[in-house]
Ligand binder design. Structure first.
Ligand code: SAH
Length: 195
């Protein structure tokens, strides 16, 4: 994993997703070297760079041109192994025009999450994965409901992390914002008897 402080950051663009969260997102995304990954709302490129180190191809998109610029700079700073495509624009418009892919990561949706999940589901290959990171309560509920509507089984993990900060008196544990990681695999059978 790339340390947080090794990313170029500007205040106008959120991210990078914190290292320990990136770790869990990668764990759920199960990226392999022939996979194509779509990173929706690439922000500072936190999840784009981690995906680029693991996938065959990455398509990173963001509606904010500054996010595309910072992601490009971070990719250049770190070097990357896979083919990367950076696209500026709205998630729904770009996904509509894409071919199929193996992994959909959603780090930002601007209120369009249910539609992004529906569109993503249709373009996901067999056994493809969707992984959503959410800081808002409403987004979590939307994500779970939208995945269930597609007959996917949501895996929901709420992460509360405290990191140690060295002080003169000792290592002080500093709490970070809770984040929820919601993920699902396309062809996992939906449990019987649950609606
Ligand atoms: N995962 C990123 C941080 C994501 S921040 C990282 O690790 O660096 C969320 C981003 O989603 C923002 O940059 C925002 O511009 C983008 N975004 C939100 N809604 C969007 C939409 N509908 N289409 C494209 N990008 C979107």
């Amino acid at each position: 994993m790339i340390p947080d402080e090794d990313f170029i950051q500007i205040k106008e663009v959120p991210g990078p997703t914190k290292e320990e969260i990136r770790c869990l997102v990668m764990c759920k995304a199960q990226i392999s070297s022939d996979d194509t990954v779509v990173d929706v709302g690439c922000g500072s490129g936190g999840l784009t760079l981690e995906s680029a180190q693991r996938a065959g191809k990455v398509i990173a998109l963001d509606k904010n041109p500054e996010a595309i610029d910072i992601t490009r700079k971070n990719l250049e700073k770190h070097g990357y192994s896979s083919e990367i495509q950076l696209m500026e624009g709205d998630a729904l418009v770009i996904i509509e025009a894409l071919h199929s892919f193996d992994v959909l990561i959603v780090g930002g949706s601007g209120g369009d999450l249910p539609l992004i999940i529906k569109q993503g589901y249709e373009k996901l290959k067999k056994n493809g994965r969707i992984v959503i990171t959410s800081i808002l309560l409403e987004t979590r509920v939307e994500a779970v409901n939208a995945l269930k509507k597609m007959r996917m089984t949501p895996d929901v993990v709420e992460v509360n992390i405290a990191k140690g900060k060295l002080t003169e008196r000792g290592t002080m544990m500093m709490g970070r914002n809770p984040i929820t990681i919601i993920s699902a695999v396309k062809d996992l059978k939906y449990p019987v008897g649950i609606d």
